[in-house]
Design a protein around this ligand. Structure first.
Ligand code: FEO
Length: 174
């Protein structure tokens, strides 16, 4: 069983992960609308990864005998002034998510819920990667500046990203 506090906080995080997916899907649509199909591809992959994160919370709550409560997902912004601004927003968003995960770890420790704490460590590690990958693209876009050639190269590179939904892994909260 999980405590009411952990259940409520994990359901909130499930919603936050789905919001992340919405945000990145909205960014993907923005990139597509300005013909940056590689950047759009990267964001679509990211949106799928966020659904996977949400599913990890979903599965963990149920495995611990808790109740999943799905609530309304806020609508994300729909346009950005530039690719750089969108990726800066993505990076800032990931920093917020890291803070949310850290707060959950604090709560798990406070509640003496060792299983929740162990589960959250996957996310602690994942957030390092999430921040680094978004910031990496921010830095690339800054280097490219207003040069169309640089942006073209970045777009081509980000177009290589793929996402494969793990067949069984999605149901595991590891
Ligand atoms: Fe679910 Fe991008 O963190």
């Amino acid at each position: 069983m999980i405590s009411d506090k952990i259940q409520e906080a994990f359901n909130k995080q499930l919603n936050a992960e789905l919001y992340s997916s919405y945000l990145y899907l909205s960014m993907a649509a923005y990139f597509q609308s300005v013909n940056l199909l590689g950047l759009a591809n990267w964001m679509r992959c990211q949106a799928q990864e966020e659904v996977l994160h949400a599913m990890k919370f979903y599965t963990f709550i149920l495995e611990r005998g808790g109740k999943v409560t799905l609530t309304e997902v806020d609508g994300p912004p729909v346009k950005w002034d530039s690719p750089l601004q969108a990726f800066e927003d993505a990076y800032a968003h990931e920093q917020k998510v890291t803070a949310l995960i850290n707060n959950l770890v604090d709560l798990a420790i406070q509640e003496r819920d060792h299983a929740a704490n162990a589960f959250l460590q996957w996310f602690v590690t994942e957030q390092v990667e999430e921040e680094a990958s978004a910031d990496g693209v921010v830095q690339q876009l800054k280097l490219a500046g207003d040069q169309g050639g640089g942006l073209f190269m970045i777009d081509r590179e980000l177009g290589q990203r793929t996402f494969t939904y793990p067949a069984a892994g999605v149901m595991a909260a590891e």
